[in-house]
Design a protein around this ligand. Structure first.
Ligand code: DLL
Length: 439
């Protein structure tokens, strides 16, 4: 196990036909389980005249209506739990900003699956028993910290449960305890890199970091390049959500061409977010997941709001599991500015094109009169702030042009001094939409 390529070779390289047979068997069991144990799903099935026996092929999944986030919020806290109350062993919750939080309720079986998937993810990214994993995801209701913790335990790696916050101390701990893997949000990784630069710590010389596992928020290849350039580590994207288990639903392999979905535990579909129509492989749309093996709070055709596309041809790493491409935004994070759809990731891309800029940015949208205003605040890098050859007006024009190229609309760009924009230790908050109530 120690130096093999796969955590579970049989599953990770299973021929597609065999995987489909496995999925169909699990799907039949799941649908029957939901019908017999979940009041919510029994009602839902009955409302459309669906019976568990209707599942004869994987395509029959499409007969089941979608489950949406508001179902979970409306049935908070236990309305969608299918297991007996005494069989629930752990709860987690996602950081919703309004109304009821979204709760994940896990049985012992669900915890075992999650731990296995996180071990598989860490192993796929190159983590081994000899590694020291510095976990700077928040511990608590958020699944990031504990998810990595459970997975690292199974791999047998040494764990530093740093959680979020206290950036300087995190750097010291990474140095002193010899961290080889860093797990955190990509925005926190950038912040750590920036702080190291300010403190004169050279990560290549003073740290032993070699792998970064980043996720929980959209990030781009430009951010990857920046993190890799600033720290010398190889960055891996990891995806998941509380409702399905937490991190570990999909993980990038060393080929870095998409994230392998744990298809032995989840079926992934892509749909048109407006019509609900199922899209062919390779077409971009909203990801929809069915949890094949969950028993606490099983989900059928769960709409994530995450926008991506799924490729099914075999990866050059030999893994056969489908790959989801980077999530570049959420359909509900999408801003409509003067009628144009704008994703924060597009602005991020534009910002990252300029070496004179730091990685922070903030989008401010408002509607003082009839029209939307669209402003982007960007921050000069420390180096550019000291460089007499950087002309702010020229730079501003260039950034404006670049934003126009990627979004199709014009923005007012404001360049602020290094350190002026707010930093986060958890998921980044990039958008300030002040139009509420003005539309
Ligand atoms: O963010 C679980 C997680 C923790 C994933 C640590 C990866 C690492 P939630 O708080 O429930 O769970 O938020 C889930 O975060 O629907 C996506 O919108 C977003 N998200 C998660 N991973 C990625 C990623 C955790 N790699 C929501 N890229 C999801 C882009 C991501 N977005």
């Amino acid at each position: 196990m120690e130096d093999g390529k796969y955590w579970n070779e049989k599953i990770e390289t299973m021929p597609p036909e065999e995987l489909k047979r496995h999925q169909l068997k699990k799907l039949k069991e799941l649908v029957k389980y939901c019908y017999e144990n979940s009041v919510f799903y029994r009602k839902k099935f009955d409302s459309v005249g669906f019976k568990p026996e209707s599942i004869r092929s994987l395509n029959d999944l499409r007969k089941i209506p979608f489950t949406v986030k508001t179902d979970l919020k409306d049935n908070y806290p236990f309305g969608m739990v299918a297991a007996k109350p005494e069989d629930i062993v752990e709860f987690h919750a996602s950081s919703g900003t309004t109304g009821n939080p979204i709760i994940g309720a896990y049985t012992k079986n669900d915890m075992d699956v999650w731990q296995e998937l996180m071990a598989r993810s860490i192993y796929t990214a190159g983590g081994r028993r000899r590694d020291v994993i510095h976990i700077a995801f928040g511990y608590g209701l958020f699944t990031g910290g504990l998810g990595f913790h459970y997975g690292a335990q199974k791999v047998g790696a040494k764990i530093v449960p740093a959680s979020g916050g206290m950036t300087q101390r995190q750097i010291k701990l990474m140095k002193d305890l010899g961290a080889t893997i860093l797990a955190c949000t990509p925005s926190f990784a950038l912040y750590l890199a920036e702080t190291m630069a300010q403190e004169g710590v050279d990560p290549r010389k003073e740290l032993k970091l070699k792998i970064g596992m980043f996720g929980a928020e959209p990030w781009s290849d430009k951010i990857r390049e920046r993190i890799q350039k600033d720290t010398g580590i190889e960055a891996f994207d990891i995806y998941g959500l509380t409702e399905l288990c937490g991190p570990g639903v999909a993980i990038e392999c060393p080929e870095h061409n998409g994230l392998h979905v744990a298809e032995d535990h989840f079926i992934v579909e892509t749909i048109d977010p407006d019509t609900g129509e199922v899209l062919p492989d390779g077409e971009e749309g909203e990801l929809v997941f069915t949890s094949l093996t969950k028993t606490g709070l099983p989900l059928l055709r769960y709409r994530t709001r995450d926008i991506s596309k799924v490729e099914t041809e075999k990866c050059s790493c030999e893994r056969t599991n489908a790959r989801m491409m980077r999530v570049h935004g959420r359909s509900d994070d999408m801003l409509i500015i003067r009628g144009v759809n704008v994703f924060p990731s597009q602005i991020e891309y534009a910002v990252m094109c300029f070496s004179e800029l730091a990685t922070q940015y903030q989008i401010v949208v408002d509607r003082p009169g009839a029209l939307d205003t669209f402003a982007v605040k960007v921050e000069l890098s420390d180096k550019a702030a000291k460089d007499p050859n950087v002309y702010l007006n020229i730079l501003k024009n260039e950034i404006q042009k670049q934003i126009h190229i990627v979004t199709g609309i014009s923005a007012d760009v404001e360049i602020v001094k290094p350190g002026e924009l707010p930093r986060t230790e958890g998921k980044a908050k990039r958008v300030l939409d002040l139009r509420n109530g003005k539309m």
